[in-house]
Design a protein around this ligand. Structure first.
Ligand code: FAD
Length: 455
């Protein structure tokens, strides 16, 4: 008998799993449910479309149901999975268009229900023009408001990467932007002050009103429309508010599975949860974090796609395809700052109880005998006693981006390498591109006491 796989959620993780399942094994039975009416929407393009860099929001899709059905999947959109009986291996589903309720059953369940923006309790949340940012539908609203002349001021709450990108986008559209966060730095989870100080200065120089260390306490409005954001540090005009304070995994349907405190489902390297025959992907999953040496929640599209490939391969018996660990590699490109990080920042490592040291090195990207160069900088975070690399940050300022160097630093973290091993990586030197002692190697040498490069 054919094995039957049911997929709950068909965005990046679900799409990746379905494509892999049926490409490896066209005979397998795959049925997928999603409560939304579209699949594969790239949220990373929302700010780019708001700011006018991407002209058509419809270009932010890379798949559709027809493509998955052509592979052999049965995809049912606007179908909400209401409950999962993990003993009977049975799902309860409601068709949101007809209201019809029905059941389905599975041999293997791929749980790819993703995440949803955290909505904090706040007075007057129901006012109009208080928005969140995740779906294609949100993108349409946010783009429409960006082009609405009556909206003069925008408050973005949360200075993570999505919040900063939106702040830049609305600034590009000529709005007065206030960016508010409880923390005292922007993107503090990923970057230390060596990078965030410059980014913050550049934002303020551009005209962003940056309000850090402030808690939002309530909204105020006129005629049902938001007009002000009230914080512990002051009150700010806002014809539009966008809440970007993080994401919560949608895992309520599996109450008995092993989870992290935030609800993310703990998975092994095969993406199996603690419940037999249930695999968790993407933004629902907590994966082993190589730097922390424990499971962590890192909600990124990169992990969504990888976990989809792994779970599908495992179900199809291609067991060599595993995801042993992640390092949380990410990047941001805003206000002339191209930044990438992997693993833990110094602050995150210290908060996690690791005993770390750091090495920061800033330089020109290529030799001074070349006519031009970019400014580049690197910070390495490593364990004091073992020199194991646990984090790296790269800053790149200029014509070319040098952020992709982060890839080999991510690999070093995933492989548990020390600075001494990393120093011997066989990298190239060519004056067109870099220096004989490039800025990463220089940071390593400085860390181990060979700091004659700067002298
Ligand atoms: C604005 C923005 C910018 C981003 N930028 C980047 C970036 O630059 N780089 C990067 O790597 N990541 C980025 N991300 C993160 C990335 O989009 C997510 O990690 C990714 O969407 C996770 O994919 P997923 O398939 O696991 O979950 P989701 O995208 O959350 O999809 C889950 C799917 O499950 C469906 N679903 C949920 N519950 C049910 C149910 N009960 N029944 C039926 N269907 C259900 C939903 O409708 C949805 O289609 C960004 C995210 C946002 C919002």
């Amino acid at each position: 008998m054919k094995e039957k796989v049911v997929v709950v959620g068909v965005n990046h993780a679900g799409t990746s799993a379905i494509r892999t399942l049926l490409t490896q094994n066209p005979e397998i039975e795959v049925i997928a449910y999603d409560r939304n009416d579209n699949i594969s929407f790239l949220g990373c393009g929302i700010a780019l479309t708001v700011g006018g860099v991407v002209k058509n929001v419809n270009d932010l899709f890379y798949a559709d149901c027809g493509k998955l059905e052509a592979l052999g999947a049965k995809v049912r959109m606007k179908c909400d999975v209401k409950a999962i009986d993990t003993d009977k291996k049975e799902l309860q589903i409601v068709d949101l268009e007809t209201g019809e309720e029905f059941k389905d059953n599975y041999d293997k369940l791929i749980y790819a229900a993703g995440s949803w923006p955290i909505d904090f309790p706040i007075k007057n949340r129901e006012l109009e023009n208080v928005e969140i940012c995740k779906l294609f539908q949100h993108a349409e609203t946010l783009i429409e408001k960006a082009n609405d002349e009556s909206i003069k001021s925008v408050a973005v709450i949360g200075a993570g990467y999505i919040g900063i990108e939106l702040a830049e986008a609305y600034h590009q559209k000529g709005k007065k932007v206030t960016l508010i966060d409880m923390q005292d730095r922007v993107v503090p989870t990923y970057f230390d002050p060596e990078f965030t100080d410059r980014l913050q200065n550049d934002m303020v120089a551009e005209g962003i009103d940056l309000v850090l260390g402030a808690r939002v306490t309530e909204y105020d409005g006129i005629d049902g429309q938001v007009k002000k954001v009230i914080t512990t540090k002051g009150t700010y005009d806002a014809d539009l508010v966008i809440q970007c304070v993080g994401f919560k995994p949608n895992t309520e349907l599996l109450p008995n599975a092993d989870k992290l405190p935030n609800g993310a489902l703990i998975v092994n390297s095969a993406m199996q949860t603690s419940i037999p025959d249930i695999y968790a992907l993407g933004d629902t999953a907590a994966i082993y974090h190589a730097a922390l040496k424990r499971h962590a929640y890192v909600a990124l599209a990169t992990n969504a796609v990888k976990t989809g490939i792994v779970a599908a391969s495992q179900i199809n018996g291609v067991e060599a395809v595993k995801l042993e660990s992640i390092a949380g590699t990410n990047a941001i490109c805003v206000f002339g700052n191209s930044l990438a990080s992997t693993g833990l920042s110094e602050e995150a490592a210290t908060n996690a109880g690791l005993k770390v040291k750091t090495s920061y090195f800033a330089d020109n990207s290529r030799p001074e005998f070349m006519e031009t160069a970019d400014k580049v900088s690197c910070k390495l975070v490593f364990e004091e006693d073992t020199l194991r690399l646990v984090g790296a940050q790269i800053g790149s300022y200029g014509e070319q981006s040098h952020t992709e160097c982060i890839y080999y630093l991510a690999l070093a973290i995933q492989k548990g390498m020390s600075l001494l091993e990393l120093a011997m990586t066989d990298v190239y030197f060519l004056p067109h591109f870099n220096k004989p002692f490039n800025f990463i190697l220089s940071a390593i040498m400085q860390a181990v006491g060979l700091d004659y490069i700067k002298k």
